[in-house]
Design a protein around this ligand. Structure first.
Ligand code: ZN
Ligand code: ZN
Length: 192
């Protein structure tokens, strides 16, 4: 109960229908995999791989080797961050979490409580209606990673965004349009 429990309920109810977003999430995973595969094909198989294999001009071979090494490094970093964001629990509230009584009263806040999880709510903790759990330092629910971005996976999310931005350098002109629109969608997701 309490006013905060009411607030939590009010926030949850309009989004009950959005449970379907979880299903959408798995489609997003497939879409991300497809985009990565397409970029890989464009950069490695189509553009730079043949240059390396063909040999000849030493400068070209060195450039191709450099681009391919950098691209693979970024790709591994990006995928690692991506899966860390997807599979890391964004930050669970310890069971039977209680406010440190004095500290909270000093700040003049009534203890917050989530009626869905039936647990206390630390500061900056929000209940995600899609994950149906409370998330510490919840930033937003990102459909691209099928997870909330919160206290424990935020740093991976940022690294993922950086790696993805750096990979853009190696995408050739033909594929840049797809990549750009993918980036814009992610960017929009970041500020949601
Ligand atoms: Zn909750
Ligand atoms: Zn969520």
């Amino acid at each position: 109960g309490g006013p905060d429990g009411m607030e939590c309920l009010r926030r949850v109810n309009p989004f009950r229908a959005c449970a379907g977003l979880r299903v959408l999430g798995y489609l997003m995973l497939a879409l991300v995999a497809a985009i990565v595969a397409a970029s890989y094909y464009a950069v490695v198989v189509y553009a730079w791989g043949p240059l390396l294999l063909r040999g000849g001009n030493g400068g070209t071979v060195a450039a191709a080797a450099f681009v391919l090494a950098a691209f693979h490094l970024l790709l591994i970093m990006m995928l690692w961050c991506y899966f860390m964001v997807v599979f890391t629990n964004p930050g669970a509230v310890p069971e039977n979490w209680r406010h440190a009584a004095e500290g909270d009263e000093e700040q003049g806040h009534a203890p917050r409580y989530c009626s869905r999880c039936q647990n206390g709510k630390p500061p900056r903790c929000h209940h995600c209606s899609i994950c149906d759990r409370c998330v510490l330092k919840m930033d937003h629910h990102c459909v691209w990673v099928v997870n909330c971005v919160g206290a424990r996976n935020y740093k991976y999310f940022l690294l993922f965004l950086v790696a993805r931005k750096d990979m853009e350098v190696y995408i050739d002109f033909k594929n840049r349009k797809t990549w750009k629109s993918f980036n814009e969608k992610l960017q929009r997701c970041l500020v949601l």
